[in-house]
Structure formats: structure tokens, C-alpha cells
Design a protein around this ligand. Structure first.
Ligand code: PRX
Length: 698
């Protein structure tokens, strides 16, 4: 599967890293890889030796079944061992590795000059305080806690406080709507919500608490009540003065440990409107008041390896999001190990991942992986284009970032502005550049490599999913010769295969379904509350394999190239959306009888949404209705799902059995007349009408 020799032509290999690298050659990668797949117990057992276990595993080191025809699908790593992931990330690094005074995060706010830093020791104190608060509110091991917060240090504090007491966090990206938040709270029956007053994204105010309250109302309509909602004041950070909105909960005058928000240094303070904070004294609690008197010591709850760590929702092709469940030990080992090797982590590194913690990339590669390694990271609240398009490179120079991880959509967007905004800053600290979230086109890859990295920095194109927990196909920076646009080879412990429609494994250069043949520690364990959906989605199509839902090509040198989703999902700016999810939002509008959504290529976002809508009799299509429909989708899902193109479709192309022919709609959206076989079409006159009505802005 992996070639003996790396190819010589058309490849990029940077030699500067070899001296300090964990894996300095392709041969070394191959040696470690073979060990990891032939003897996973020994390989992961060695990784596990670096972490703290309260007690040893009681079952086999690895136990699993990937074959639905043989019974329940399950994966267990180190079953029965007891540990605590928060202890391993913080206490172990502070006490064993003596990293207490090392900076865990440099936080950089939306506004340049708004910043703070926090050491490992301070982070532990704050986590313990909140953990004690959660316990005092009755939160117990296994309880689900919903977190809906901006990109601030307290988001990390909240997730680790849950992990410390064995509670299961379910973080909802702060760009999601009230409807999406309520759907996620309901699905995992969360007992408590942690949120903030609001935040600014560039110039735009997001009133999180208002949206959170709306979500809680929607839960009530479905007969479910959250018991408590903790709100952090991020925008109105002065907590010493009693806030009228907080009613009687004015914080005590004397503080032993000032709140983090007050420690922010703001060199340039911008006058900004503050959000309205609706307050319900029966449910709402002020974060600052609660943590004020809480102890900054909290014994960790010793949990078992396969106890749940978190739930993170990802789009599902049926339209209903799936609660991907990850468990403690396997996820810890895998995120720690991938972080170490894929970014070739060294103790003096300053690492920066630009993702939001609300997505899996932020979970694995802002919080868990970097902290497990004792790394120093930048945590950025803002946007790459605010206040100008140099912001990223300014931050790179400011903190002397060595390892940088972002998404192809951000690279393509910045590329539009040319090289000058990049060259304004030196970027000389950079050593490794990473990408994630969607296929990267070679043009963007080369710009990232040549202009941003000045040919000094390897680009690691990491392919993975919410479900995989961590990188599964990826180069290693000093070992793998790179081909622009290829995620290259599997990470340790991962065994990919390419299958044809009949489920046969294809050898050599070929294209088909990307699957994995055996588990690695970070693979998801189930869909929360729905084992059947877990098995149907990932294991039914090809029994014995984990099915990614992505297509993949293997070239003559054995390199793997992701060709994109092969189900009804699309990837907008690195965010997966299901067409069904958007269609169901559209048909909720009273004027819409039917809707079909397809993917349309987009120069910056990768893909965009093209919607065909059929109106009910008597309803009229026009700009006002289009605006209403876009708003409807934003309200139901969030701004990331806003359709780019919308077209009136008096009728949709359907087969005789009534199935919408999306393949044909994709061609119409792209104005491609070669429709392939349309013999199953019930009424072919529909097609010409749709070509005539094409959305004129495409
Ligand atoms: O289609 C693949 C694409 O993103 C999907 C996973 O999305 P999500 O669960 O939201 O996680 C995104 C961050 C890990 C995959 O099924 N994808 C992710 N990374 C790449 C990619 N496609 C091509 N190349 C990548 N490097």
C-alpha cells in the first residue's frame, strides 16, 4: 500500500526540519506505520505510557467489531482503565513536566490590542473553580452540558471543567441559530447551558444570550426545560459594578482571583454598542459571581476509558444532525499523538489553529491535542479579514508562530488580495503549514507554500472528519514528499482502502469509496442515543469497513487524493451541510411546495448552495421571496448555510417513481447541457424550462 520509495518528480520536500523532527525520513515513517498497524497494542501501549492512569485496563487493550453482519459494531481501547483527561492535560503537565508557568494560550481578541495570556497553572485554577461550580449546581458524571460560547479562553475552561468532573460537553458553534442550538440541546437532553453575553465578529455584534434564550424557549415548546444557564460577561466585562440586568446578583466587592475578562489588556478600546441581556432569575446565573468564591482546587473524577468525553453534532444526510460521541482514553491518545507527529511538535513551538472550537478541528487541535503535549497556542477570536487582510500574518509575527493550521477557504480568500498583504509581515518564525476541512486545489496549495511559507515550510494537508476524532490521512512534515492537493498517506494505526460499488478492494491506481479497515483510538464510538443510525451510516454499505462518505483516488505512486463527498452532503467553506437539512428549512416557508438543493462550485468557499424551489399555486416568485427564503435558512441552521443561488422551478426533474434527479439539477445549475442518460425522466419538458430560468448571477 505504501510505496518503498517516495517519488522524485513533481514533489516538494523541505529539508530544514529533518534535524529536529520526530520522523525525519519516509523510511522511518514507513517503519513506524507498519508497527502501528501490525501491532496496534504495542504501538498505542507505548503512546499510553506517556499519560497518567489511575488504574490499568481490565479488558483487552483493543477490542472491536466493524462487521455489522457479525453483530453490534463497537470499538474499545484500554477498556476499564481509569484516568481523567483534564488531569492529563493540566495537572500532569504542571507537576510532572514542570510546565506550570508555561503559557497555554495567547488569546487575541477580535479587536487588535485586546489580548490576554494564561499559563497552565492559571488555566487549571480556573478549570477547578468552574468544575466546583458545576458540582455545586448538581452536575454529575455522565450529565450532558451544552456550551454555546465565542472563541475565548473560558470556552476551553468550560470544556475542561466538564471533563474534570466526568460530565459530557456538547459544544454548539456560536454561529448556529437558536433552532439548531435547541435541536442539539434536546437530542442530548442537556441539563445545563453555558453561554456568554455576546461577541463581535469583525464589526458584527452577535447577541449570544438572546439567541440562547430563544433556543431555551424552543426547548420548552417541546416540553424540555434546561435547569440552569450560566452566562459569562465577555463584552460588558466590568463585573465589579452590579448590573441592572443581573438583578440581585451583584458580585461581592472583594475578589481573590479576578476574573479573566478583567485581565484583558485593551490597548485600543473601541466604543461599541453592548448587547441587551435578557435575564431570567429562575434559570440564569452569572459566571463571575459563581466562580468568585469557588475553590480553585477540585479533585478529578476518575473515569473509565470508554466513558463518554463529548458529543459533537455533524450534519447527516437525512437532514437531522448526528451526535458524534467520542470517549476519553482513545481520543486523548489519538489527538495527542497526531498533534505531536503531524505538526512535528517541539517544546519551543508557538502553534496556531484558526478553526473555531465549535467544530471538531478546534476540539482536537486547539484544546485536547495541544494541551496534552504541553504546547503554547494562539487562540484567536476574530476574522482573517478584520481589520484588514493582513491580520493573520500580523498575528504570526506578533507571537512568533511556528506551526500554523488553517482551512483552504481562508487561503483562497486571502489569495484574492495578492501577495502584498502577506509580505507586509516577515513570517520568519513559520516552520509548518497545515490545512483541513476540504480538498485544497493545487493553485491555493502552491500559493500557501510559495508565498506564505516562502518554500521553507511543508504543507500538511490533513484529511479527517468529526467522526475520526483526528487526522487519518496526512503527510508528516519532514518525512513525506508532498504533492499539492494530496493528503498523501495514512497516519499511524489507520488502514485505508478504496472500494468499488460492489465492495471489492481496488489495488494500484484507482478511484472509488474511501473506507478504513480497522479502528484507530480516536474513531467515534456511536451516534449519541442512536446506535442504529451509527451502524447504518458508517458500516452497512460495506460490512467490515468504516465508510467515510468520501471518494478517493490513488495515483501511480500510491498517493491518496480525496475527490469529495459521494453522498448528499456538501462542503461550504470547510463546513459540512446536508442538502436535506437546507431543503427542509426551505419547505417550512408557507410559499414553498418543494425544494431541491445541489452543490455549485465556488471560487472561495469551495462549494456553495444552489436551490431550486417550486412554489405553491398562487404564490409569486420574486426578490422579496428570495430574501425571505435565505433568511429562513439562516434562522433554521445558521449563516453558514445561507444559499448563494436560488431559482424558481415550476417543476423539478423526477424519475417515473418520483425521485428528484439531483444529478440533472447539478448540471442545470452549472449550465452544462450534456445531461447524460435521462431516459428515466418522467417529463423531459421540465429541463428546458429550468435552463431558461437559470439563476442569472451564476
Ligand atoms: O469531505 C471531507 C472533508 O470534510 C469532511 C469532514 O467534515 P467535518 O466532519 O466537518 O470535519 C472537518 C474537519 C476535520 C470529510 O468527509 N475534508 C476534511 N478534510 C479534508 C477534506 N476533504 C479533502 N481534504 C481534506 N484535507
Amino acid at each position: 500500500m505504501i510505496p518503498d520509495k517516495a517519488p522524485r518528480e513533481d514533489v516538494y520536500l523541505v529539508h530544514d526540519l529533518k534535524k529536529e523532527s520526530h520522523v525525519p525520513s519516509f523510511e522511518k515513517y514507513k517503519e513506524l506505520y507498519l508497527k502501528s498497524v501490525e501491532n496496534p497494542t504495542e504501538f498505542w501501549g507505548d503512546v499510553a505510557k506517556g499519560y497518567f492512569w489511575k488504574s490499568k485496563h481490565t479488558g483487552p487493550f483493543l477490542d472491536y467489531n466493524f462487521d455489522v453482519t457479525k453483530g453490534k459494531v463497537y470499538v474499545k481501547f484500554m477498556d476499564g482503565a481509569t484516568t481523567n483527561i483534564c488531569y492529563n492535560l493540566l495537572d500532569r503537565n504542571i507537576h510532572e513536566k514542570k510546565l506550570g508557568d508555561k503559557v497555554a494560550f495567547f488569546w487575541e481578541g477580535n479587536e487588535p490590542g485586546d489580548e490576554l495570556k494564561i499559563t497552565y497553572r492559571e488555566l487549571l485554577q480556573r478549570v477547578c473553580k468552574l468544575a466546583n461550580v458545576l458540582k455545586s449546581l448538581g452536575v454529575k458524571k455522565g450529565d450532558r452540558i451544552s456550551i454555546y460560547m465565542p472563541m475565548i479562553v473560558e470556552l476551553v475552561v468550560a470544556m475542561l471543567a466538564c471533563a474534570r468532573i466526568g460530565a459530557v460537553h456538547s459544544i454548539v458553534f456560536a454561529g448556529f441559530s437558536a433552532e439548531s442550538l435547541s435541536e442539539r440541546i434536546l437530542d442530548s437532553q442537556c441539563s445545563l447551558l453555558i453561554t456568554a453575553d455576546g461577541f463581535y465578529r469583525g464589526d458584527k455584534l452577535i447577541s449570544l444570550k438572546v439567541i440562547a434564550d430563544d433556543a431555551l424557549e424552543k426547548c420548552k415548546e417541546k416540553n424540555f426545560s434546561i435547569q440552569k444557564c450560566i452566562m459569562l460577561k465577555h463584552l460588558s466585562k466590568e463585573c465589579s459594578a452590579p448590573s441592572p440586568a443581573l438583578g440581585s446578583q451583584s458580585p461581592p466587592a472583594k475578589r481573590t482571583c479576578p476574573n479573566l475578562q478583567q485581565e484583558r489588556k485593551e490597548t485600543v478600546k473601541k466604543a461599541r454598542p453592548l448587547p441587551q441581556i435578557p435575564w431570567n432569575p429562575e434559570v440564569d446565573l452569572c459566571w463571575h459571581t459563581l466562580v468568585e468564591d469557588a475553590s480553585d482546587e477540585c479533585d478529578p473524577e476518575w473515569c473509565e476509558s470508554e466513558d463518554p468525553l463529548f458529543i459533537l453534532y455533524t450534519s447527516g444526510s437525512t437532514g437531522k444532525p448526528k451526535g458524534v460521541l467520542h470517549t476519553i482514553s482513545g481520543y486523548m491518545l489519538y489527538t495527542a499523538c497526531t498533534f505531536k507527529y503531524v505538526f512535528d511538535y517541539q517544546p519551543q513551538d508557538v502553534y496556531w489553529c484558526t478553526a473555531d472550537i465549535g467544530w471538531i478541528t478546534g476540539h482536537s487541535y486547539i484544546t485536547y491535542g495541544p494541551l496534552a503535549n504541553g504546547a503554547t497556542s494562539v487562540l484567536f477570536e476574530g476574522l482573517p479579514t478584520y481589520p484588514d487582510v493582513s491580520r493573520m500574518w500580523e498575528i504570526v509575527d506578533k507571537y512568533r508562530v511556528t506551526k500554523f493550521y488553517t482551512a483552504p477557504t481562508a487561503i483562497r480568500m486571502l489569495m484574492k488580495f495578492g501577495d502584498e498583504p502577506v509580505r507586509r509581515f516577515t513570517r520568519k518564525s513559520l516552520k509548518v503549514l497545515g490545512t483541513v476541512g476540504e480538498p485544497i486545489n493545487p493553485e491555493a496549495w502552491l500559493w500557501y507554500y510559495n508565498v506564505v511559507g516562502e518554500k521553507r515550510c511543508p504543507v500538511v494537508d490533513t484529511f479527517w472528519q468529526t467522526e475520526t476524532g483526528g487526522h487519518v490521512l496526512t503527510p508528516l512534515p519532514a518525512a513525506t514528499p508532498l504533492k499539492p492537493g494530496s493528503a498523501t498517506f495514512p497516519f499511524f494505526g489507520v488502514v485505508p482502502a478504496i472500494l468499488n460499488e460492489s465492495g471489492e478492494e481496488l489495488e494500484g491506481p484507482n478511484e472509488g469509496y474511501l473506507v478504513f479497515k480497522q479502528p484507530w483510538p480516536g474513531v467515534m464510538r456511536t451516534v449519541y442515543g442512536n446506535q442504529e443510525r451509527f451502524e447504518t451510516t458508517y458500516f452497512k454499505k460495506f460490512p467490515g469497513y468504516y465508510v467515510t462518505g468520501d471518494g478517493c483516488r490513488r495515483d501511480k505512486d500510491g498517493y491518496l487524493w480525496i475527490t469529495g463527498r459521494i453522498d448528499d452532503m456538501l462542503n461550504v467553506s470547510g463546513h459540512l451541510l446536508s442538502t436535506a437539512e437546507v431543503e427542509s428549512a426551505l419547505v417550512e416557508h408557507e410559499a414553498v411546495a418543494e425544494a431541491a438543493v445541489v452543490s455549485h462550485p465556488h471560487p472561495v468557499k469551495g462549494e456553495s448552495l444552489y436551490c431550486f424551489v417550486t412554489l405553491k399555486d398562487g404564490c409569486e416568485y420574486g426578490a422579496a421571496l428570495e430574501a425571505e427564503l435565505k433568511k429562513k435558512v439562516r434562522e433554521k441552521i445558521g449563516a453558514i448555510a445561507t444559499p448563494d443561488y436560488m431559482q424558481n422551478a415550476p417543476a423539478l426533474p423526477k424519475t417515473r417513481s418520483g425521485k428528484i434527479m439531483r444529478r440533472v439539477l447539478r448540471k442545470i445549475a452549472r449550465n452544462e447541457r450534456d445531461l447524460g442518460d435521462v431516459s428515466t425522466l418522467a417529463d423531459s419538458t421540465v429541463i428546458e424550462q429550468l435552463f431558461q430560468n437559470r439563476c442569472c448571477t451564476v
